[in-house]
Design a protein around this ligand. Structure first.
Ligand code: G3I
Length: 365
């Protein structure tokens, strides 16, 4: 993302701004707002600038925007002390023109880390904390007026042995450069560092693989609950749990254990957000599109009814259209038969799918 993109997006703003004097009543953002909830989607600044139809769809359907790439460490501080907010600012400018809010994603993660950070983390705990605090200070103070909710720590829990990408050993904490540099307390250190920068920022811990009715998801939920309890017992600042919800249809979903988990989170006093909803179809599903779309919609409706029924008021999908979904490009995630994925509410032609109806119905509650 460079100046070209920001200029390109600036040119697109007036059209989008004109088109959105008031949200149309039959959009997911309007349906959610009418029910006192929020709907949004992950967005990419380069696509906002290059694809007017993509930009218009986000302006119409999303009230919340999560930068898919632009808020990550590699995007913001690729070299130590050299920050680049151009791509994130382009998303913030688009949000301002379309009366949208921007979520921050993600301050600490084991991916999208520049090589200089990996080197610093291996030097000493003191260097690791200094690097973390310097990043948080610049990023949170630069974005303070526009981003009021950040995924402070992304994916801290280790995957159990039965998970898709298991982490070796019984340690409940994922073995990441931050864990190796600062130990299991790195999550608390990060949350306290973020709170020290901004007393009113909503601090969110974001996790995946905790949705389905499988032994490994149940174990991961258990590990996550233990971490949340440990943090809150220490009066560590934490406001919300982000549930990524990259749903996998080859795994069963049972509302009961998931609802029990959500209730345990809710009684801790944490808000619950669905932060990255999309659906990975099983390879076994025939390529028959109506059947696939119906199966995806049924899973989404059951999942969201459970989450919203447990008090979740924010639903964010990981993109809006199949056209640009990571589901179609990520190795090991994309369908091995090469059939295009259909895990988002709009198809490649930006047409609504049964998943759109399922989300709308769940948001109406
Ligand atoms: O590297 C280029 C960079 O130079 C350029 O400026 C930028 C412009 O958009 O693109 C970058 O390319 C790729 C980027 O996606 C495009 O948006 C990166 O190489 C690639 O690694 C990056 O992948 C993203 C991935 O997270 C890693 O950050 C995926 O799009 C994104 O969907 C995925 O999202 C993650 C969530 O953050 C956390 N939860 C899981 C989810 C799926 O993996």
């Amino acid at each position: 993302m460079r100046r070209r993109t920001a200029l390109g997006l600036a040119a697109a703003l007036p059209a989008c701004a004109r088109a959105q004097q008031a949200p149309r009543p039959d959009t997911l953002r309007a349906i959610a707002r009418a029910a006192g909830r929020g709907f949004g989607a992950a967005v990419r600044a380069d696509l906002l600038a290059s694809d007017p139809a993509y930009a218009a769809l986000f302006a119409a359907e999303a009230e919340l925007l999560t930068p898919e790439w632009e808020g990550k460490w590699l995007a913001l501080q690729p070299e130590e002390g050299k920050f680049d907010f151009s791509a994130l600012n382009a998303i913030i400018a688009f949000a301002q023109a379309n009366r949208q809010r921007v979520r921050g994603h993600a301050l600490l993660w084991q991916e999208a880390i520049p090589p200089w950070v990996a080197t610093a983390l291996a030097e000493s705990p003191e260097r690791a904390r200094a690097v973390m605090e310097a990043h948080f200070s610049t990023v949170l103070n630069t974005t303070r007026a526009h981003i009021r909710d950040w995924d402070v720590v992304n994916e801290p829990i280790a995957n159990p042995a039965g998970a898709d990408v298991p982490q070796a050993g019984d340690n409940p904490m994922r073995d990441t450069p931050w864990f190796r540099a600062l130990g299991p307390d790195y999550v608390e250190i990060a949350l306290r560092a973020a709170r020290a920068q901004d007393a009113t920022l909503r601090l969110t811990l974001n996790e995946y693989g905790i949705e389905e009715a499988t032994p490994d998801a149940e174990e991961k939920r258990t590990r996550l609950l233990a971490l949340l309890r440990r943090l809150l017992d220490r009066n560590c600042p934490l406001d919300a749990l982000g549930i990524q919800a990259h749903l996998q249809m080859r795994k069963p979903f049972d509302p009961a254990p998931f609802a029990r988990f959500l209730e345990q989170v809710r009684v801790m006093g944490l808000a619950i957000l669905i932060t990255e909803l999309d659906v990975r179809e099983p390879d076994t599903l025939a390529a028959d599109i109506p059947a696939r779309d119906a199966a995806v919609a049924e899973r989404v409706k059951l999942f969201l009814d459970t989450a919203i029924g447990a008090g979740c008021r924010t639903v964010i999908t990981w993109g809006l259209t199949d056209r640009n979904s990571w589901l179609g490009s990520e190795p090991g995630v994309a369908r091995p038969d090469g059939v295009a994925t259909r895990g988002l509410p709009f198809d490649e032609a930006l047409q609504r799918k049964p998943m759109w109806q399922a989300i709308a119905s769940a948001l109406r509650g």
